[in-house]
Design a protein around this ligand. Structure first.
Ligand code: KG4
Ligand code: ZN
Length: 355
């Protein structure tokens, strides 16, 4: 294969750029080794709006891009001229923010005369694990859960062969947490607040529905998720409590809601591991910071004899390391670089690892 190596004959040095949402991430990866990961976030500017404002995020990326690149190079003690390839998120994500990252990556590619690789953000959330726990050996399962996605992926080769087994039909897991957070009157994003509250509540206090787990869903939606019915059930339960003049037991609601989400996520994921004879599970994406998910996945994977890999939280949220990690895998697999006229794709399918 036409694997690229740097001038010294070692592993290629890849600079990764991530701008799909509010984080400007820039990282340098050599082989499977992370040299430095620099992240700037515009979340503070969005919090008061209760959601990400794409134009505000785009402007923040534009201002943060060069300082973040400089910081990553400085901390990694690398000169721009040493970089062998540029990887950038081509989608999915917000078009404006993605465009800023892609433009910066194209400019670097032209200026340095080095190849550009437009890569899939969701697959990057799985790829980053290799920097932490080492290369994937054989077939693995990846559950990518965040504010924007909930996907179950069968990974035969992270650079060339990933199959989407299922995804959410409506809200992503983090999005469902954020929406329930809003209805419980918690600040945005609600996910981490519900996590904290849930630790003080009883997960069995209220039996909320488990989406797409009925027998009729087993055939068509065995590995798909749906959280919007659950969100409505929580809203109704809270309303009826208020209508009856009772104080809402917020911690019990949070714990019971969180239990419903992570019960479905882990049960379906472990069923998929069994069905495909896979004994390594990687969990990634911002929602994998969730402690209820971490606890239940650890418990159920131990029971099922599955090796569970969840990276530290800073690699679960959006960052440049995930894009550099996937770029590095793709470069080493000899995948053709992207054309310099590529666009960005807000709903880039999981059938595309690169563009
Ligand atoms: O991956 P990420 O940083 O951005 C996206 O690509 O969406 O994920 C952020 C999402 C938000 O919905 C946030 O509320 C959720 O992950 N989240 C959590 C926790 N930490 C972050 N949800 C539940 N529990 C947490 N501890
Ligand atoms: Zn993400």
């Amino acid at each position: 294969m036409g694997a690229m190596t740097d001038q010294t004959g070692g592993e290629p040095l890849v600079l990764g750029i991530e701008t799909s949402c509010d984080e400007t991430g820039v990282a340098l990866v050599r082989g499977d080794t992370l040299l430095f990961d620099a992240v700037a976030s515009s979340m503070d500017e969005h919090a008061r709006y209760g959601g990400i404002i794409p134009e505000v995020a785009s402007r923040a990326h534009l201002e943060a891009m060069v300082p973040t690149i400089r910081r990553a190079l400085g901390e990694a003690d690398v000169d721009l001229s040493e970089v062998d390839a540029i990887a950038v998120t081509a989608g999915p994500g917000l078009v404006g923010p993605l465009t800023i990252g892609a433009s910066a990556a194209k400019a670097l590619s032209i200026g340095l005369g080095k190849p550009l690789y437009g890569v899939n953000h969701v697959i990057g959330h799985a790829a980053v694990n290799q920097l932490v726990d080492g290369p994937f050996t054989g077939r693995s399962m990846a559950l990518v859960v965040s504010g924007g996605h909930s996907s179950l992926l069968l990974v035969d080769d992270i650079a060339t062969d990933v199959t989407e087994l299922g995804s959410t039909l409506d809200d992503a897991a983090g999005e469902a947490f954020d929406k329930v957070g809003r209805l419980l009157g918690l600040p945005y994003p609600g996910g981490p607040h519900i996590d904290r509250l849930a630790r003080e509540g009883d997960p069995e206090a209220i039996r909320f529905p488990r989406g797409l787990t009925a027998r009729k869903d087993q055939e068509k939606h065995a590995y798909d998720f749906s959280f919007s019915g659950l969100k409505t059930a929580v809203a109704r339960w809270v309303e009826s409590c208020q209508d009856a003049g009772r104080e809402v037991p917020v911690a019990d609601v949070a714990a019971s809601f969180a239990a419903a989400v992570v019960d479905v996520l882990t049960a379906k994921t472990i069923a998929a591991c069994r069905a495909h004879d896979v004994d390594t599970l990687v969990i990634g994406g911002g929602f994998s910071a969730n402690s209820q998910l971490r606890d239940m996945a650890a418990e159920r994977c131990a029971e099922a004899g599955i090796d569970l890999r969840i990276p530290p939280i800073r690699y679960c949220t959006d960052n440049g390391a995930m894009i550099a990690a996937l770029g590095s895998a793709v470069v080493r697999a000899g995948v053709a670089p992207s054309d310099l006229d590529i666009g960005v794709d807000s709903s880039m399918p999981l059938t595309a690892i690169t563009v």
